[in-house]
Design a protein around this ligand. Structure first.
Ligand code: DTR
Ligand code: ZN
Ligand code: ZN
Length: 313
């Protein structure tokens, strides 16, 4: 269900659906019925968040790099993807004397020389379960991948999804992946989409402004929801898109805000509370399931699917 921010008319929802059906026509590929993304079930996304919360609760309260909670998170996501028919691989690396893991999942088919990739870091900080940061991004791309399988989507381009380790230590997992990728493999990645914190409780709607085509794909989706986004000015170099951008790969993504405060103007257009942080539990023990705004998670999960479908058609 595509929702706009609280208080907007249902007309926006109608426009959203209509908009979705037309905006995919502007993707780089020729429009086709398969290019229109399906709705991502926010209930399913939230079920993944509940699993991440349970994993943290059973493993010392966090899912941090090197912890049993992180490895259990990888095992959960991998199990879902294997069951759905993805080709998965786990890439190990060492950081701070502990073993880290990246999980890579390829959807069979599509042009292997044209890869559209979506990624999120799966690790939390030591101080909490990391449900918004970054269970939200991890769960959204997991459910998008599972929807690809459920729909048996067969895009022209090849789809790859990734869950990164040790982002909180300094983009360690994603940097390891890019560094280890042979140059010819790197050149096949046409777009990298990053989703880190997309369910903030006092949400903003920020779109990475690194690549204009990817940025437009997201902005057009939100236009269909009658939602005005802002460029993510704070995020440069602060999440897993940075190693890909440094390697010359077009990047984009979404962000709903961290510990800086929402302005009155932003509250006017997005709802929520001015003068308060977008996420008051950023990097804290209170970053739990109750620290996620369902509407932002829903909208952003649908935006993930819109971009994955639109850029890979
Ligand atoms: N580095 C991410 C959160 C993050 C991403 N973009 C920004 C911008 C401003 C502050 C934080 C972030 C993390 O903590 O996982
Ligand atoms: Zn973080
Ligand atoms: Zn993060």
């Amino acid at each position: 269900m595509k929702l706009s921010v609280p208080g907007r008319t249902t007309a926006a929802a109608v426009i959203a659906v209509a908009g979705l059906l037309t905006t995919s026509a502007i993707s780089s590929a020729a429009p086709s019925p398969t290019a229109a993304a399906p709705d991502i079930s926010v209930a399913n996304v939230q079920a993944h968040l509940s699993e991440f919360q349970s994993i943290a609760a059973s493993n010392g309260g966090n899912r941090a790099h090197g912890s049993p909670g992180y490895k259990a998170s990888v095992d959960y996501v991998k199990g879902k993807l294997d069951e759905a028919g993805f080709t998965t691989s786990v890439q190990e690396f060492t950081s701070n004397g502990k073993t880290g893991y990246n999980l890579i999942a390829d959807w069979p088919g599509g042009d292997a020389d044209q890869v559209v990739m979506a990624g999120s870091h799966l690790d939390s900080v030591d101080s909490g379960p990391g449900i918004n940061d970054n269970g939200s991004g991890s769960a959204a791309i997991l459910e998008t991948a599972l929807t690809v399988a459920r729909e048996q989507y067969k895009p022209a381009k090849h789809l790859r999804f990734a869950w990164w380790g040790a982002e909180e230590l300094g983009l360690v997992g994603s940097s390891h992946y890019v560094d280890e990728l042979p140059a010819d493999e790197r050149s096949k990645i046409k777009d990298y989409l990053n989703f880190d914190m997309i369910g903030s409780p006092n949400p903003g709607y920020f779109v990475y402004d690194d690549d204009p085509t990817i940025e437009k794909t997201f902005k057009d989706f939100y236009g269909g929801l009658d939602l005005t986004t802002e460029p993510d000015e704070e995020g440069d170099g602060r999440s897993d898109h940075a190693p890909f951008k440094n390697a010359g790969i077009p990047v984009g993504g979404l962000f709903s805000g961290a510990d800086y405060e929402k302005t009155a103007e932003q509250a006017q257009k997005w709802g929520g509370t001015a003068g308060e942080p977008f996420d008051k539990c950023y990097h804290s023990a209170c970053d739990t399931e109750s620290n996620v705004d369902g509407t932002a998670l829903d909208n952003n999960s649908d935006a993930v699917a819109h971009a994955v479908w639109g850029l890979s058609a």
